[in-house]
Design a protein. Structure first.
Length: 138
């Protein structure tokens, strides 16, 4: 999605350059330069995403291999608690201070938590293959 945004910004710039520069060789030279800049930006985005993924993986691994039971299980316990609260809400059993806004927030947090778990497990399975491919490429 971010790559599409970067490339989407480059296209109007190339068209704009084409409108103001009549020399075909200069126009092509500038188009190539814009493409080089887009490729460099794409590489930086790729590096950023990779670093972000690595840091999130390290955080999850640190928690999952922590020394205390609570450190290893606090996220799943919170997701379980949010799920129980939402289930009770749907059955009509709610605390007096649980408003629609709170329910919406809990549902959002539960979606993020479950999504994070799925992504984390996927990364855990796929990361070794990606690392091997990256090492073989370089």
């Amino acid at each position: 999605m971010l790559m599409d945004l970067i490339k989407g910004l480059a296209s109007p710039l190339t068209e704009l350059v084409g409108k103001f520069i009549e020399d075909k060789d200069k126009r092509n030279e500038l188009a190539v330069e814009v493409e080089r800049i887009v490729d460099a930006a794409a590489a930086r985005v790729d590096e950023y995403v990779r670093a972000l993924l690595e840091s999130r993986t390290k955080l999850v691994l640190a928690e999952a291999t922590g020394h205390s039971w609570l450190q290893r299980n606090w996220r799943p316990l919170m997701m379980l608690w949010f799920g129980v609260l939402l289930g009770l809400y749907w059955f009509g059993i709610t605390p007096p201070n649980m408003t629609e806004a709170v329910v919406t927030e809990l549902f959002g947090l539960l979606k993020i938590g479950i999504g994070g778990y799925v992504v984390g497990r996927s990364v855990e399975k796929v990361a070794p293959m990606i690392a091997d491919a990256w090492v073989k490429r370089g």
